[in-house]
Design a binder for this molecule. Structure first.
Ligand code: NAP
Length: 330
């Protein structure tokens, strides 16, 4: 059977442009013993993909090779199987790639129950939820009564971090790039304050929103927001560095704040990358499912349609055009 896939054929200079990709028609092969054929239904688009397109071999995961199908995680259905662990009809989530069909030996794929909506899986029970849980709960160790600031708060990871922190009894302040996003955070998700970092006097707005200072900072963006929050950190504050999206499309990384505050305030700053924590997926998914079922985690998907929509659509992550977890329905 013929299907469409998208290969990476060039590396980005700054932005992700359509000429980096080639849309190809491929044929599904005869399966070998142990293999399955997965028909992808929903594909996740993530900021990390920019890093995977770059030639950097010194990161937490190797780059995508030129001429290879672009890497991504997604949700699909097993349509042919020569692997008893993955019968035909199983719903699987994991690394599938920018492709309508993928042949796999099952490695890196997990079976998910048929009754969970696709959006809930990609918004909460996979990378965004796992990242929010690992970063906030396992590393940030939030305590009732503390104040947390989350940057990129209306995004897929940030919106879950804020809600998990709220459930733990923290004062939750988020930064986001539009008034609409800020309204959603305050009115729908229960953030105590959301600041539009593009229009507000950021330092003043942050001071007003965090009268007792900041105990915990969940960093998704870097840039000006990082400097402003760093200045408000309390003694023994913790900073969890999840990502720095404001730097992903620039040719030189922005300067960080001066380290003296780390001494004065005895701060702990810790970065993390989820591939180190994949072994905890079953345990963390169970916890996230409980939050979902008790209505403590709300989510929204921003869905594009058709595989090739990923080529232009991925840039919504870098312009702030996505309102919710960016995904493609195939
Ligand atoms: N460490 C890990 O293992 C791990 C795993 C997953 C994700 N991450 C990181 O988590 C962060 C959020 O990822 P996500 O998947 O949840 O994406 P997302 O937040 O759903 O989408 C990206 C958002 O980033 C914001 N943004 C873009 N450029 C910006 C800039 N220059 N300054 C400030 N904000 C900017 C935009 O929102 P606004 O409209 O608010 O500007 C955009 O909607 C990223 O840094 C990502 O790399 C890390």
């Amino acid at each position: 059977m013929e299907y469409t896939a998208v290969k990476l054929v060039k590396r980005p200079v700054l932005n992700i442009t359509p000429d980096l990709f080639e849309v190809v028609k491929l044929q599904t092969p005869e399966l070998e013993e142990g293999q399955i054929l997965v028909k992808q239904t929903h594909m996740s688009l993530d900021p990390a993909m920019k890093g995977w397109m770059m030639p950097d071999t010194d990161s937490y995961i190797p780059p995508v090779g030129l001429g290879e199908v672009m890497r991504s995680s997604g949700l699909g259905e097993v349509v042919e199987s020569r692997n008893a662990d993955f019968p035909v009809g199983s719903r699987v989530v994991g690394l599938i790639g920018w492709t309508e069909y993928a042949v796999s030996n099952g490695e890196g794929l997990n079976i998910v129950p048929a009754e969970i909506p696709a959006e809930a899986i990609l918004c909460v029970l996979s990378l965004p939820g796992l990242t929010a849980y690992q970063g906030l709960m396992e590393m940030g160790k939030p305590k009732t009564g503390e104040t947390i600031v989350v940057s990129g708060a209306a995004g897929s990871v940030g919106s879950l971090v804020g809600q998990l922190a709220k459930a733990e009894g923290l004062r939750v302040v988020g930064t986001a790039g539009s008034d609409d996003k800020c309204r959603w955070l305050e009115e729908e998700l229960g953030f105590d304050k959301a600041i539009n970092y593009k229009s507000a006097n950021l330092r003043q707005a942050l001071a007003d929103a965090t009268p007792d200072g900041v105990d915990l900072y969940f960093e998704n963006t870097g840039g000006e927001i990082q400097h402003a929050v760093f200045e408000r950190m309390n003694a023994h504050g913790r900073i969890i560095v999840c990502g720095m999206i404001s730097d992903y499309n620039t040719d030189s990384p922005s300067a960080g704040p001066n380290w003296i505050n780390i001494v004065r305030k005895r701060l702990t700053i810790q970065g993390f990358a989820m591939p180190d924590h994949w072994h905890k997926i079953p345990e963390m998914s169970q916890k996230l499912a409980e939050y979902l079922m008790t209505g403590k985690l709300k989510y929204r998907a921003h869905t594009l349609h058709g595989l090739e929509s990923a080529i232009e659509g991925i840039n919504l992550l870098f312009t702030g055009g996505n309102t919710g977890k960016l995904m493609v329905e195939l």
